[in-house]
Design a protein around this ligand. Structure first.
Ligand code: FAD
Ligand code: SF4
Length: 510
C-alpha cells in the first residue's frame, strides 16, 4: 500500500518513530506555503528560520534514505495550499493511505481533520512524540477544579516524571525557588559570549524576497543565529549547561540595556520546531547538574526545569482545553489600538525602546521583556488583545500559536479573566526600575507621577486599576492595590487619570 506522510514545518523531530526505518512504499512530503507565510505578518528571521530548518530536515531525511517530496515557496507545482498540495501528490503517486502528525495549532488540526473526513482513501493521525503530556491531560488534571493553577500542575509533573524529587518530596525541601530568581543584573558576574550560529541562509532569503512575502523586523547580520538542526540544538543546549545554567535562576527576571539574552537559553525556536524535545533538554540539564552540583545551585536548575515541564506543558494544555473560544476572549473589554512604535522602537520610553528593538533586531525578547515591558504596557493602555496577539505571533522567531496565544491573551493580557494568571501582570515604573537599568538613561523620571517628564507607566497603572475596577475590584490578590487607590487624594487621582488618558490618546508622542 502506498502511503503519503505529511511533515509540518514545526514537526522536525528526527527521533520520531516514523523515521526508524526506511520504506519504499512511504513518501514523505513537506511544503513551504503562502497559507503559512501570510496568516500573520511574520518577522523576516522567523520565516528564514522555519524554511532553513525545514530544508535541512528534508536533506537529513533524504540522506538517511527516505523518499521525500519538498515544495519550495516558488516551486511551480506548489499550489500554496496545504490540502491542494496533498491532493496533488495523492493523485500523482496513486497514494492509498494518508498519515500526518497531530498539529499543535488548532487551525491546522481542523483543516486536516476536515480534509481527511472528505478523503476517499484511509487516513491516520499520529502523535508528534514531542511533549511530556498529551493534549487533553491538563484538562483531565483540573477536572472539577475552580482554578487552573500552574503550580499544582507543575508539582504533579515533578512527581510523575521523578524530576528533582527525593521520594515524594521536592529535592532541597522546596518546590519553588521563585523568590531567589529575582535579582537585578549589575555586572557582578560576567555574561559569557552568546552562542550565535552563523547559518548561511542566502538561498532561503532570495526565495522569500522573490516570493514578495511581507515581513517585519530586521535581518542585518544576514546569518541566522538560532539552531536549525538537531545537532546545532544540542550544541546550544550543551553551551547553556556549561556557561549559562549556573546563573539562569538568579537573573531570570533581570533586564539590561546592553544585554539581549543575559543567561537565557535561546532554545525556544529549536524546541518549538521539535528539533530537540523537552525530555532531551531536561535530561541533559539534570545530568549536568548531577555531575556539577558542587558549583550549580538547585535554584538555578529548578528555575529552568519549571519553565519546561511546568509553563511550557501547562500553556499547551490550556490551549487545547479552551480553544477555539480562547482566541476571542476579551474579558477586560480592551479596545485601544497598538501604537506605531511597536513596529519601529521609536519611543522615548527606554524600557519599551530596548524590548522592542531587541524584538525587531533579533526576533527575540526574553520572558520578562515580553511580560513586564511590552505586555504590561499594552495592557495598561487597554489595547485590544487581537492586535496584541497579532504582534506577538508575528514578531518572535519562536512564536507558534499554542504557546503564543496562551502567554499573550492569557498570562499577559488577562483577557481570559484569570484562567492562567490569578491577577493581571501590571506594574508601575517601580518594578521596571527594580529589575533593570533602563530607567537610569530614560527620558522620563521613574519616581514622578504626573509631571511632564513623569514615567508613563506610573499614571497608566493607577488609571488602569481605576478604569477596570468593575472586573478586578473583587480579585483578592488586588485588594491591597485597590485600598491604596481608595486612599489616594481625589485631585491627585484626577491628575493621574488626565495624564494617562493623554498618553493613551497620543502614544506615539511619548
Ligand atoms: P529561557 O528563558 O531560556 O527558558 C527556557 C525555555 O522555557 C524556553 O525556551 C521555553 O521553551 C520555556 N518557557 C519559558 N517560559 C515559558 C512560558 N511562559 N510559556 C511556555 N514556555 C516557556 N514562548 C514561545 O516559545 N513562543 C511564543 O510565542 C511565546 N510568546 C510569549 C508571549 C508573551 C506575552 C510572553 C509573556 C511569553 C511568551 N513566551 C513564548 C514564553 C517565553 O517568553 C519564551 O519561551 C522565552 O522567552 C524564550 O526564550 P529562551 O528560549 O531563551 O527561554
Ligand atoms: Fe520605562 Fe518609566 Fe523606567 Fe522610562 S522611567 S525606562 S518609561 S519604567
Amino acid at each position: 500500500m502506498k502511503i503519503l506522510r505529511l511533515i509540518l514545518g514545526d514537526q522536525l523531530n528526527s527521533k520520531h518513530s516514523w523515521f526508524k526505518q526506511t520504506n519504499d512504499y512511504v513518501l514523505y512530503c513537506m511544503f513551504e506555503m503562502r497559507q503559512e507565510t501570510d496568516y500573520v505578518k511574520h518577522h523576516i528571521q522567523k520565516l528564514i528560520g522555519f524554511f532553513a530548518a525545514m530544508r535541512q530536515f528534508h536533506d537529513h531525511l533524504k540522506s538517511d534514505g527516505h523518499h521525500i517530496t519538498y515544495f519550495k515557496i516558488n516551486d511551480k507545482e506548489n499550489t500554496q495550499s496545504l490540502t491542494e498540495n496533498l491532493s496533488q501528490l495523492i493523485e500523482k503517486h496513486n497514494i492509498e493511505h494518508f498519515e500526518y502528525m497531530l498539529p499543535d495549532e488548532y487551525r491546522l488540526d481542523k483543516q486536516l481533520k476536515t480534509y481527511c473526513d472528505n478523503l476517499e482513501i484511509s487516513t491516520k493521525a499520529y502523535s508528534a512524540e514531542h511533549f511530556y503530556t498529551k493534549r487533553e491531560d491538563l484538562k483531565s488534571f483540573f477536572e472539577g477544579k475552580k482554578q487552573y493553577l500552574m503550580e499544582n500542575f507543575y508539582r504533579d509533573m515533578r512527581k510523575k516524571h521523578n524530576i528533582l524529587m527525593v521520594g515524594d518530596q521536592p529535592e532541597g525541601g522546596k518546590w519553588n525557588y521563585d523568590k531567589s530568581n529575582r535579582n537585578k543584573w549589575k555586572g557582578e558576574v560576567e555574561i559569557p559570549n552568546y552562542k550565535l550560529f552563523k547559518n548561511d541562509i542566502s538561498e532561503v532569503l532570495q526565495d522569500i524576497e522573490k516570493a514578495k512575502i511581507e515581513t517585519i523586523g530586521k535581518f542585518e547580520t544576514k546569518t541566522f543565529s538560532y539552531p536549525i538542526t538537531r545537532v546545532q540544538a544540542l550544541e546550544q543546549l550543551k553551551y547553556f549547561c556549561e556557561h549559562l545554567l549556573v546563573h539562569f535562576g538568579d537573573y531570570q527576571d533581570a533586564m539590561h540595556t546592553n544585554e539581549e539574552y543575559l543567561f537565557h537559553s535561546r532554545l525556544s525556536f529549536a524546541m518549538n520546531l521539535k528539533l530537540v524535545s523537552p525530555k532531551d533538554i531536561v535530561k541533559t540539564v539534570m545530568n549536568y547538574y548531577r555531575k556539577h552540583g558542587d558549583h550549580i545551585e538547585i535554584s538555578q536548575v529548578e528555575g529552568f526545569v519549571r519553565q519546561i515541564i511546568g509553563w511550557r506543558e501547562y500553556m499547551r494544555g490550556m490551549y487545547w482545553a479552551f480553544m477555539p473560544d480562547y482566541k476571542s476572549l476579551n474579558k477586560l473589554n480592551n479596545q485601544n489600538k497598538i501604537p506605531e512604535f511597536f513596529w519601529t522602537g521609536n519611543t522615548k520610553m527606554n524600557c519599551l525602546k530596548h524590548a522592542i528593538t531587541n524584538s525587531l533586531d533579533n526576533g527575540y525578547a526574553h520572558h520578562i521583556q515580553r511580560l513586564m515591558i511590552t505586555g504590561n504596557y499594552a495592557l495598561l493602555t487597554q489595547t485590544n488583545p487581537d492586535a496584541v496577539d497579532k504582534w506577538y505571533l508575528g514578531i518572535y522567531v519562536d512564536a507558534v500559536e499554542w504557546v503564543q496565544l496562551t502567554n499573550t491573551r492569557g498570562m499577559s493580557q488577562f483577557a481570559d479573566g484569570g484562567k492562567i494568571a490569578t491577577k493581571p501582570y501590571v506594574s508601575s515604573g517601580s518594578y521596571i526600575y527594580k529589575m533593570s537599568n533602563y530607567c537610569s538613561s530614560c527620558h522620563y523620571s521613574q519616581s514622578k507621577k504626573t509631571e511632564e517628564n513623569a514615567c508613563p507607566f506610573n499614571s497608566l497603572y493607577w488609571n488602569f486599576l481605576d478604569e477596570k475596577r468593575e472586573y478586578l475590584g473583587n480579585n483578592f490578590r488586588m485588594g491591597m492595590m485597590y485600598s491604596l487607590l481608595d486612599k489616594m487624594d481625589k485631585s491627585q487621582l484626577q491628575n493621574i487619570k488626565k495624564r494617562a488618558q493623554h498618553i493613551i490618546a497620543h502614544q506615539d508622542e511619548y
